[in-house]
Every structure is written in C-alpha cells, then in structure tokens.
Design a protein around this ligand. Structure first.
Ligand code: HEM
Ligand SMILES: [Ca+2]
Length: 340
C-alpha cells in the first residue's frame, strides 16, 4: 500500500512534521541572505558568539538570568555594558530590527540564528534547534560570561554552575574555529583564532597547541592575549590554557584528528546551551528546517606550512599526539576575516 505523507505543507512546498516551523522558513531564508550574506563570515560568527553569551546568563542554582531568553537584546542597555560583551552590540544592531520585523522573539532569533549561521560553515554539525521562547523579563547580571584572562579553574566553575562539564566546555570551544577578535586589539580587528575561520574544522585545536612566538599587532599584548604561532593569527590566553591544562588537555587533543567527534560533541553542547532556562516540552523542535553545512575535506587538522611536529606542545599525558600531515609551501600567514 502507498505510504501516506502526513506532514504539513508550508507555503513554499516544504513538508514539515511540526506545522509551527513553517513560519520560520522565511525567517531562515532572510537570515541567510540579509544578515549572513550566505557566508561563514563575521555576522555568522557573531551570531554563534551571542548564542553563548545570551544563554550562559543562567545558573542551575538560580539568580543569574533566564538562560537562552534573548535578554542580551531585550535588555541590551544593561547587558552590552558588561565588559565581557564588548563587540556584541554590532550583531544586536542587526538582529533586533530583524526579529522585530519578522515577529520572532529575541531568544529564538539568537538560537535559531546560530544554527542557521552554522549551516554556512563547512564542517559544522546540525544542532537540534527549538523555537517558541518567550521574551525575557529581566536582564542577566554581570559576571556570567567568562573573560579570556580568567584562569581555567574559574571558567570551569562558572560553566559548571550553568550545568556544563569540562568536556562540554572544550567541545563548545570548537566555535573558536570560526572566530576572530575585534575588541582586545582593535588595531588588528577581525584577526582569527585559526587559519581557517570560514571552516568549522579542527585546525583551532591544533593551532592553539603550536608554540607561540609572534604578537600579531604592534601594540599589546592586550588583556587576555598571548603570543600566537603565526602572523595574523590571534590567540586567547584562555584557549592556550585550556589546551595545556591537565583537566582539559586530553579532551582538547582528542579533537585534533577527529572532526566527527568534535562536531558531534559540539552539536550536543550547543543544543543544551539553547535550552538553558527552558523546558523543551514548551518549545517546538524545528531542526528539520535547518540547512546542512557542506562537509570539510579533512577529518584531521593539518600542520600549517612552515611548522613541524616539533612546534606542537603536546599536553595530554595519557595518550600520544596523533600523526598529522604537514602542508607544503611558504610559511602560513593568516588574513583578517572580511568586514561585513
Ligand atoms: C569559555 C570561555 C570563552 C572565552 C573566555 C571566550 C572569549 C572570547 C573572546 C575574547 C572573543 C573575541 C571577542 C572580540 O574581541 O570580538 C571570542 C570570540 C568568539 N567566541 Fe568565544 N569565548 C569563550 C567561549 C565561547 C563559546 C562557548 C562560544 C560558542 C559556543 C564562543 C564563540 C565565539 C565566537 C563564534 C567568537 C567569534 C566572534 C566573531 O568573530 O565575531 N566562545 N571569544
Ligand atoms: Ca577553522
């Protein structure tokens, strides 16, 4: 007997299990075209960052905000003044009028937007994505977002307070594979954390383990900045410390040559982040309308041209560092992420 498709049909012909997701299809398409300009560029990166900063205003013990509730936008006057949110104002300026025009809550535009942004970055996983969040009723307090000059133990305890293990923190830091800084050293704005900021690959986990020897600006180091291994690349003090700390070094190393593991652990931790402060039974799962990112060519990081195995500061005491290929050609220099 013929199989009957009982799914709802949206205006554009897409079939969905949850009819409520139909209204997010034009939101998705407008985000891709108008906000992200169909590239894994600055605005896509910033939307993944705000997804973290908004959600982490939360404590399992209460009293630190409503989690992924859009308070970063609704209470922008308060939250954007917190030093750890420096630079978030630019994406708020884009997402607030966009959410208002499309009648979408701020919590939804941030978390749904982050999942759509990731779809533009080759190698990024699909993240389980819910909609239906109500707007925040209060700002998150200051101090919920980690600073790059905080010691590892301080960041891990803040993250544990929000419900995340050390392994989940390292998985979330795969996001720094599609990332750049603007605020620590404004004279080298948009300097990336790995050599491939338009790809969600495992390069960041390798490159942060390379011996640091250059300061990519003529100023600095800024607070939270340490020496990087390559001209044009920027390294956060916290990333350097996580890569070498005995509590996190083995998990960090486990992602260097395992794109699939990195992507799946990141996906699970991002989904958890998007649900902070919410009961998923009160939301609608619209993962089915999130586009899939293209794959990346490599399943393991590659040693950048000009570097060798000896430049790697392997830091996991209990397992050998994986064997990696080395890129040929002139020493790698890293270009800024194009302005958007
Ligand atoms: C846990 C400790 C973390 C610290 C200390 C940290 C710190 C930072 C800093 C200082 C920047 C540069 C901001 C600027 O100057 O423009 C940055 C960028 C970024 N972070 Fe993190 N971060 C952390 C975790 C995370 C997490 C969990 C995510 C997402 C899941 C994330 C996503 C990003 C992204 C995507 C960018 C790039 C933004 C852009 O290029 O516009 N970070 N982070
Ligand atoms: Ca990358």
């Amino acid at each position: 007997s013929p199989v009957v498709d009982t799914r709802a049909v949206c205006a554009d012909g897409t079939r969905v299990t949850h009819a409520q997701c139909c209204s997010f299809i034009p939101v998705r398409d407008a985000l891709l075209d108008e906000i992200f300009e169909n590239s894994c560029g600055e605005n896509a990166h910033s939307t993944v960052r705000i997804a973290f900063h908004d959600a982490i205003g939360f404590s399992t013990r209460g009293g630190k905000g409503g989690g992924a509730d859009g308070s970063m936008i609704a209470f922008a006057d308060t939250e954007l003044a917190f030093p750890a949110n420096a630079g978030i104002d630019e994406i708020v300026d884009d997402l607030k009028p966009f959410a208002d025009a499309h009648g979408v809550s701020y919590g939804d535009i941030i978390q749904f937007g982050s999942s759509v942004a990731l779809s533009l970055c080759p190698g990024a996983p699909l993240v389980q994505t819910f909609v239906g969040r109500k707007n925040a009723t209060a700002a998150a307090p200051d101090g919920t977002v980690p600073d790059p000059f905080n010691p590892v133990g301080q960041i891990l305890s803040r993250m544990a307070d929000a419900g995340f293990s050390a392994d989940e923190v390292i998985a979330l830091l795969a996001s720094h594979s599609i990332a750049a800084q603007d605020e620590i050293e404004p004279d080298i704005a948009r300097s990336p954390f790995d050599s491939t900021p338009d790809q969600f690959d495992s390069q960041v986990f390798l490159e942060v383990l390379l011996k640091g020897n250059v300061l990519p600006s003529n100023l600095g180091p800024g607070q939270g900045e340490v020496l990087s291994p390559m001209e044009g690349e920027f390294r956060l003090q916290s990333d350097e410390a996580f890569a070498r700390d005995p509590r996190t070094a083995c998990t960090w190393q486990s992602f260097v040559a395992n794109q699939a593991l990195m992507a799946s652990r990141f996906s699970a931790a991002m989904a958890k982040l998007g649900l902070l402060g919410h009961d998923p039974r009160t939301l609608v799962d619209c993962t089915e309308i999130i586009p899939r990112a293209a794959p990346v060519a490599r399943r393991a990081a590659i040693i950048p041209a000009g570097k060798t195995r000896r430049d790697i500061e392997a830091s996991c005491a209990r397992s050998a560092f994986p064997n990696l290929q080395t890129a040929g050609g002139p020493a790698t220099t890293v270009a800024p992420v194009p302005e958007q």
